[in-house]
Design a protein around this ligand. Structure first.
Ligand code: F6P
Length: 360
């Protein structure tokens, strides 16, 4: 055993299913090595608070339900960049030194950051010259982190979106309607494409392919000509309107987030075809359910491998899924490559082969 180590672990950015399964796996692997895992509360916020917000994680805390639960027992945040932290008076302040100082106060040798590309970029900058080794674990329902086939949470989100289509189909058929399902995914259409194929969609709109309403209406007319009275349309949240504008919803705090493209496309379809349309915006339901078996399995492999990387002294690495197994890649490369859907991907060919309209 290479001497006792203290490893911090935190979840950062939007939550998803499978985060607790990663934490559990890391705690179990560290226990095998006789090491201590310290759970930092609410991402880097726990390291900005004084007293520091953390908890020593024991295997006994994970004996029951925790690995089966969505969310994160540590809490998370997708606000408060520590290099430009928003202060009460409206100014911003560089608070990065407080975070690194907090890690030293806890006596951490290494930190496992469970996050997406945005969180990894911040964590790399924070810990570059700190003497604290960083290992990343990719999580996001969007599955847009580069150099990994799977990020934790993606599979469950696809299961939820597919189930939504399963539930929409009978009501669509009963009322002869066109049902539009808006799904999350940021600037990558992975959830829409996978769930659309699995859920029998007629039209799948993804941010990577600009759509023409004529192409969608032609598909719906064709569906009707075959004697079918309903259609299912999946729209990814970041799809732009035909004139190239992103559709956002403004929140009370002034922040803009994706939302509304489903409604927009639905109106266009209704106007162009005379069909009765309805819209379902799936939203955070995609993030909140118990993790699928695949997310739990990937989470377990990621958590164990992350601790093993610390044991080997391999830092600034991200655990990744490739060809049915866990591997690791340079964090820098993973961040540099935002993973969108490529036009020559097999799944795009599958969709086209099924006659699904991709909007072009
Ligand atoms: O990145 C994950 C994600 O769920 C995106 O798909 C979505 O656009 C965004 O987070 C929603 O963020 P929030 O939780 O802040 O509403």
């Amino acid at each position: 055993m290479a001497g006792e180590k203290r490893i911090g672990i935190l979840t950062s950015g939007g939550d998803c299913a499978g985060l607790n399964a990663v934490i559990r796996a890391a705690v179990f692997r560290a226990a095998e090595l006789g090491w201590t895992i310290i759970g930092i509360k609410e991402g880097t916020m726990g390291l900005l608070s004084r007293p520091l917000q953390y908890e020593v994680l024991k295997t006994t805390m994970f004996s029951g339900q925790v690995m089966r639960q969505g969310g994160t027992i540590l809490g998370t945040t997708n606000k408060g960049n520590p290099f430009a932290f928003p202060m009460a008076d409206g100014s911003t302040k560089d608070r990065s030194a407080e975070i690194v100082g907090g890690c030293h106060e806890l006596g951490l040798d290494a930190l496992i950051g469970i996050g997406g590309d945005g969180s990894f970029a911040i964590l790399r900058k924070l810990f570059a010259d700190s003497g604290i080794g960083l290992v990343g674990v990719p999580k996001t329902i969007d599955n847009d982190v580069g150099h990994t086939e799977m990020s934790v949470g993606f599979d469950t989100a696809v299961v939820v979106a597919t189930e939504a289509l399963d539930r929409l189909q009978p009501t669509a058929a009963s009322h002869a309607r066109v049902m539009v399902l808006e799904v999350m995914g940021r600037d990558a259409g992975h959830i829409a494409l996978a769930a659309g194929i699995a859920g029998g969609a007629d039209v799948i709109l993804i941010p990577e392919i600009p759509y023409r309403i004529e192409s969608i209406t032609e598909k719906i007319r064709h569906v009707r000509s075959t004697g079918r009275n309903f259609a299912l349309v999946v729209v990814s949240e970041a799809v732009k309107t035909q004139d190239g504008s992103a559709v956002h919803k403004e929140f009370a705090d002034g922040q803009k987030r994706f939302g509304g493209i489903g409604e927009y496309v639905s109106d266009q379809i209704a106007n162009a075809t005379g069909a009765e349309t309805r819209v379902t915006v799936l939203g955070h339901v995609q993030r909140g359910s118990p993790p699928s078996w695949r997310d739990r399995m990937v989470a377990a492999a990621f958590g164990v491998h992350a601790v093993d990387l610390v044991a080997e002294g391999k830092f600034d690495r991200m655990v990744a899924w490739s060809d049915r197994q866990v591997v690791d890649v340079a964090l820098e490369e993973a961040i540099a490559h935002y993973k969108v859907i490529e036009m020559d991907e097999p799944l795009v060919r599958t969709a086209r082969g099924l006659g699904i309209c991709l909007g072009d």
